[in-house]
Design a protein around this ligand. Sequence first.
Ligand code: VIV
Length: 328
Amino acid sequence: MSSGLKSKTAPPPPPQNSTRTRHAMSGPEVPDESVQVGPIVVLLRSRALQSTELASAQTLSDQFLIKFLRARDLDVDQALKLLLNYLRWRSNCPEISGRLCPSSVLGLLNTSYHAVLPLRDRAGSRVLLYRIGQWNPKEWCPFQVFSISLMTSEIIVTETETQRRGVKVIFDLEGWTLSHALQINPSLARKISLVLSDSFPLKVRGIHLVNEPLFFRPVFAMIGPFLPEKIKQRIHMHGAGFRDSLGDFFPRSILPTEYGGAGPGVHEVCQSWANQLLQWESYLQQVAAHPTGDVSADSSENADEEEEERRSLASGVTQSCDDLRNSL
Ligand SMILES: Cc1c(C)c2c(c(C)c1O)CC[C@@](C)(CCC[C@H](C)CCC[C@H](C)CCCC(C)C)O2
């Protein structure tokens, strides 16, 4: 089944020769160039506008649609399903997706709760770190905590490389307490499992739990049954020995020192990602207001320029990260 998926498209030239060989053997090549993608985008747009949910959508921009196509390896049926699920998830979770405002959760970001590591892994995936124990449930409700993940996801999903190569997530559960566990009710567990499977245009390529205590198991038991087998197989439990075992999955050069790596310290990476989030604040507010990617509906030319500037800034950052990785 998974080989069927892979054969629909071949990823762009990967950073290392070994991965190139592996991908090249997995199926016929469909170069992911805009020339090739163009007609598929047109097809997805017309199919999407035929659906009742989207009949009144004003514009469905290429860059909006292409995220769903890349997340589903250019399969139009699956991309449409994902797109509709995304919109459904968003309208079912207004407490989370209606307010994408980094400055409103700055206090939590300042505890070094979360970072996107500056460098991608060997497969080109973005690596996300969540230090759940930094979340004080008396101060922050689960929706605010969840919104941080949604904001980060909306930012990184603008990167072409991330659309293709997906994400890997490290959850550090040191400091997980009963008061955390009590926040995760079945309804929230359902929201978590949906967003990990078929409701957001990011490929989840790996979930790594570190420092997970025994009493995380009931929570895991609540989320697990909702997850597709494919995702469940990508969950790795590292326990307390994570400093050794994370190195089996990630190059040490990209991991923070606290996680057995040689990269920058965890506080540094968290602070720098918090700054990134703040810079994207106005973009995120537009995303919150326009679920169908209709970001220019009420914005001036000036806003378009800002958007363009942000985009090239982001791709510049990505580019320099890629260069660095290739030189490692
Ligand atoms: C698009 C996208 C979103 C939106 C996302 C995540 C990922 C990988 C995504 O691709 C991971 C984190 C999550 C699901 C938000 C979680 C927020 C809650 C409140 C954190 C509590 C800690 C969880 C009990 C740990 C869950 C571990 C399981 C996934 C095994 O949000």
